[in-house]
Design a protein around this ligand. Structure first.
Ligand SMILES: Cc1cc2nc3c(=O)[nH]c(=O)nc-3n(C[C@H](O)[C@H](O)[C@H](O)COP(=O)(O)OP(=O)(O)OC[C@H]3O[C@@H](n4cnc5c(N)ncnc54)[C@H](O)[C@@H]3O)c2cc1C
Length: 430
């Protein structure tokens, strides 16, 4: 134990994966220090508060399957369990989620188009080389074009044909023809969402799930790493300080790590420049009334309305709002492939005018409004991304930089997977 404690171990980034790495390394006997650029720990699991309204950084609900993660979360905070009852907004209609087997509220012509294609498609052999082909094979052309392919442009910021299929796995439910027909006649359909329950801390926002790990970790805030010398094993921070290390675990985005690392071969630099992630603009609204939101979260397919998704912080937990109030937060995705169409007040005004048009709320209900940017949202799985990622990962491995989390592993990880990614590093022989 003593030896490990003396081996100077640094973790970069105090999001869930960095905190998990530090916590689990600590359990093994290391004494790591976590360096975080922001003034608070939490990363994407963090939050901000305006006039008593707490907003997480995007939706954040836990549907962790791992019993280990569930237990750790339970030990950290009392939990509220929600049913995963989401909705979909499409051409002015509200459909239960998932849309493909909940068509009941659509006009007859739409149902006929969707179901005809679905049936036509069911006994055809498909060659699948990209996400668009996968969607067409799963759902038929009409549904694919009008629902997931539109959503892909809004959420992934590129055409579905430009994405690989390695990330989608069990996330999209494929119903049988009887299920589609059943859902076209009645809204009384069973829940087929990929999780049974969505969990959320009773108090303190999503971040409370991380509190046990944070409590056991040594964290230095306002320490942005700006250079890593893997030969000297030394990190420079923006505030002019330097730290040497024996072991380095990083949850920072791997293209950024390459950009601050010494003597990186040209092919690795080039591969890292091809990797990219989407960013998220979040627009948060606080209301003076308690009953504004109708759904815990919903997806928006119409492209003239910029957000891809909206959720209610006050439905996640009443602790997120002052008494008698409620709140919504909208997510708008952009990337180097798709610019953010509106910013700041213009974006807020767009969200408000569309929300009023959709009868979600009135202007007079709004007492808090805010727009801000999360620079790193989703890793984009363009065709060939995995090969570029391997070049970068292999190099970082060769210079003994251990990578954890969504941006360290450069994968589509949820919080539970990011936590387990941090835990995994403690099982390695550093
Ligand atoms: C829009 C959106 C919605 C999501 N919803 C859910 C959900 O409902 N459920 C779910 O389970 N998961 C959800 N996720 C996924 C979840 O947010 C991630 O899996 C998880 O938060 C990633 O944690 P991380 O520690 O790997 O990365 P991060 O949280 O990004 O942590 C990295 C940390 O490194 C810090 N850092 C960056 N650069 C430097 C530097 N130079 N020096 C020092 N520190 C630095 C950052 O400030 C940050 O704190 C969502 C993600 C997004 C984008």
């Amino acid at each position: 134990m003593k030896d490990l404690a003396q081996q100077k171990t640094i973790v970069l980034g105090a999001g869930i994966s960095g905190l998990s790495a530090a916590y689990h390394l600590g359990l093994k006997g290391y004494k790591p220090t976590v360096y975080e650029k922001d003034s608070e720990w939490g990363g994407l699991c963090g939050n901000f508060t305006i006039d008593g309204f707490r907003f997480d950084k995007a939706v954040h609900l836990s549907f962790a399957k791992s019993e280990y993660v569930q237990e750790l979360f339970k030990k950290s905070t009392p939990i509220i369990a929600h049913k995963p009852e989401a909705s979909n907004h499409y051409k002015g209609f509200w459909l239960k989620h998932p849309a493909q087997n909940n068509l009941a509220t659509l006009p007859t012509e739409e149902k006929v188009e969707i179901i005809t294609d679905f049936i036509k498609n069911s006994d055809v052999e498909h060659e699948v080389n990209n996400y668009e082909e996968w969607l067409r094979a799963q759902y038929g052309d009409y549904f694919a074009e009008n629902f997931p392919m539109r959503y892909t442009r809004k959420y992934w910021t590129v055409e579905a044909s430009e994405l690989s299929t390695t990330w989608c796995g069990a996330r999209w439910y494929k119903p049988s023809i009887p299920e589609v027909l059943h859902g076209a006649f009645t809204t009384q359909t069973p829940n087929t969402y990929y999780a049974d329950e969505m969990r959320y801390p009773a108090t303190g926002g999503y971040k409370s799930f991380l509190s046990l790990m944070a409590k056991g970790s040594r964290i230095e805030l306002n320490k942005k790493a700006i250079a890593i010398n893997s030969t000297l094993k030394e990190i420079s921070f923006e505030n002019g300080t330097k730290e040497s290390y024996q072991h380095l675990v990083s949850s920072l985005p791997i293209p950024y790590v390459v950009s601050i690392l010494n003597d990186v071969p040209q092919d690795v630099i080039e591969a890292s420049k091809r990797l990219y992630a989407s960013s998220v603009a979040i627009v948060s609204l606080g209301f003076s009334k308690p009953d504004i939101p109708e759904y815990l979260w919903y997806y928006i397919y119409d492209e003239e309305y910029l957000p891809a998704r909206c959720y209610s912080p006050s439905m996640k937990s009443p602790d997120n709002v002052p008494d008698g109030c409620s709140s919504l937060q909208f997510e708008i995705y952009f990337s180097r492939e798709k610019a953010l169409a509106l910013e700041g007040d213009d974006l807020i005004n767009h969200i408000i005018s569309k929300g009023v048009e959709m009868k979600l709320f009135t202007q007079e209900d709004i007492i808090v409004k805010d727009a801000r940017i999360l620079p790193y949202g989703n890793v984009v799985f363009y065709n060939g991304m995995e090969a570029d990622r391997s070049i970068v990962q292999d190099y970082l491995e060769s210079v003994n930089i251990y990578r954890v989390g969504r941006f360290g592993e450069w994968a589509y990880l949820w919080t539970d997977q990011s936590l387990l990614s941090g835990k995994k590093v403690a099982q390695k022989e550093l």
